[in-house]
Design a binder for this molecule. Structure first.
Ligand SMILES: CC(C)(COP(=O)(O)OP(=O)(O)OC[C@H]1O[C@@H](n2cnc3c(N)ncnc32)[C@H](O)[C@@H]1OP(=O)(O)O)[C@@H](O)C(=O)NCCC(=O)NCCS
Length: 247
């Protein structure tokens, strides 16, 4: 049976995407779980560290363009500028990050696509999803959320740099209508984003509220479980065992 809250969220997302045009051309699959994307604050650095350190070597290469050591990953996380950039995350029920999208804003002259826009700033997007949570739409949702943020921030060019052998990311990029330029096994993909309107503003505000609510419910549930374990002792040994549950 369909969860009524999920059905409502899907309907609202569908209406907003339809009325406003998400600018990504990536409709949500109804057979995949509903994914809530939350904007992260500096307080999430510990969660971010855990997420990135759990990525296998080959995934770090795909995500960062080079094989970063644990120390370099830690440095990257410590240096994320939450005032300038926006970081999005998808949490599981145990408040572990299943997916992270980093939207970095930079003056266009400092990027490889300075000719793609007349706006002073472009956005670069990097994304990763935990191995056990792939194929559920988390990466796509993070991408769509980043595109919406660009749209509402008056940034009309969303840029991604990835290996052209990265079939999954290429699929997401093409599905979103991104223009892809290939060069020596690497690919620069960028998406032109439509201007904002009241529907996109409303949709973003709604998405953030719902994601915040989802986070609070998960946090309270986790605290309740912890209390239950402390009081009864049941499940104490199983703490953090096994793959992450779905979002
Ligand atoms: C790329 C990545 C973020 C995708 O995350 P995800 O949550 O699995 O992505 P989604 O579930 O939203 O979408 C995956 C899509 O790829 C498709 N796909 C899966 N394997 C594929 C393949 N071998 N070739 C083409 N498409 C493929 C899926 O069918 C799905 O498409 P659909 O939504 O149209 O059905 C994840 O694989 C990852 O973290 N990879 C390592 C880091 C990385 O590559 N980052 C990107 C560079 S910045």
């Amino acid at each position: 049976m369909t969860n009524p809250v999920s059905a409502l969220i899907r309907r609202l997302r569908g209406q907003a995407d339809g009325a406003a045009g998400s600018g990504t051309g990536t409709p949500e699959h109804h057979d995949k779980p509903i994914v809530f994307v939350k904007e992260l604050s500096p307080r999430a650095r510990r969660h971010l560290m855990r997420h990135f350190l759990a990525l296998e070597e080959k995934d770090r290469l795909l995500r960062f363009g080079s094989k970063l050591s644990d120390e370099m990953v830690a440095r990257y996380v410590e240096h994320i500028d939450f005032d300038r950039d926006t970081v999005f995350g998808v949490y599981d029920r145990r408040l572990r990050l299943l997916g992270v999208g980093h939207l970095a804003f930079a003056p266009k002259e400092t990027t490889r696509i300075s000719g793609a826009t007349i706006k002073p700033v472009v956005a670069e997007f990097g994304v990763s999803v935990s191995a056990a949570a792939r194929g559920l739409g988390v990466g796509t949702r993070l991408f769509m959320r980043a595109a919406m943020r660009c749209r509402n921030a008056d940034v009309d060019t969303l840029y991604m740099h990835c290996l052209s052998s990265n079939k999954v990311m290429m699929h997401i990029a093409k599905k979103a209508g991104m223009e892809i330029h290939r060069d020596y096994g690497e690919a620069d993909a960028y998406l032109k984003i439509k201007p904002a309107n009241s529907a996109t503003m409303f949709q973003e505000a709604m998405e953030e509220q719902v994601a915040m609510l989802d986070y609070i419910v998960k946090a309270n549930f986790k605290a309740l479980l912890k209390w239950g374990v402390r009081v009864t002792g049941i499940g104490a040994a199983k703490k953090d065992a096994g793959p992450p549950p779905p979002p």
